[in-house]
Design a protein around this ligand. Structure first.
Ligand SMILES: [Fe+2]
Ligand SMILES: [Fe+2]
Length: 199
């Protein structure tokens, strides 16, 4: 018996491998790590946009897509062509270990095995987390697997834009935009995906 969320997860892995550049898709250990950590299965939030199974992947893919659109329009000058994929796909990697999947109902098989019934809801649970934070945490995770350009680091680090909680950070964010407008377009792509497209 395969639960509904497992189907969503499997579909997301297939979609990811189709869209990923070959050298990333061929890195099986990385895909296995993403899967094991729940990247293709978990939600993107508990109540806001993307509070459903598989939403973290869907949101990440939506940001990738918006960045690709901006690139086609000639708005962003990347240091390498793979940057929209890397930034979109991995900017919120920090969320992979922060939500717990819960179900209200279970079905019990003859042998006593319990299977979840219906849709899960996700609750914030960072009890097992050892690296706190948001954008910098995403960078720590992705840099285990892929060396990044300075431009990609800046875009992922500042993807929250002025939603950075600490006002002291705004000066650095402003400076990052002044140095490279790709930083601003990345934040905009994140907002378009989450607030305009609702993904
Ligand atoms: Fe984020
Ligand atoms: Fe995001």
């Amino acid at each position: 018996m395969k639960d509904k969320v497992r189907n969503i997860e499997d579909q997301n892995v297939i979609d990811y491998l189709e869209k990923a550049p070959k050298w990333i898709a061929d890195n099986k250990a990385f895909t296995d790590w993403l899967t094991e950590k729940g990247f293709f299965r978990t939600s993107a939030s508990t109540v806001h946009h993307g509070a459903y199974a598989g939403a973290l992947y869907k949101h990440s893919d939506a940001v990738r897509e918006v960045l690709e659109e901006y690139t086609e329009l000639g708005l962003i000058d990347w240091d390498r062509p793979v940057s929209p994929f890397i930034i979109g796909m991995y900017h919120d990697l920090c969320k992979i270990d922060t939500y717990r999947e819960e179900y209200d109902h279970y079905i019990e098989a003859d042998d006593g095995t319990r299977f979840p019934k219906g849709d899960p809801h996700f609750v914030w649970d960072d009890a097992g987390v050892i690296i706190p934070g948001h954008a910098e945490k995403s960078l720590i995770y992705i840099l285990q697997w892929i060396p990044l350009t300075s431009q990609e680091i800046a875009c992922i680090r500042w993807h929250m834009g002025a939603f950075e909680k600490d006002p002291k950070m705004w000066e650095y964010y402003g400076r990052a935009i002044e140095q490279d407008s790709a930083v601003l377009y990345t934040h905009t792509a994140d907002m378009v995906a989450s607030r305009v497209k609702g993904i």
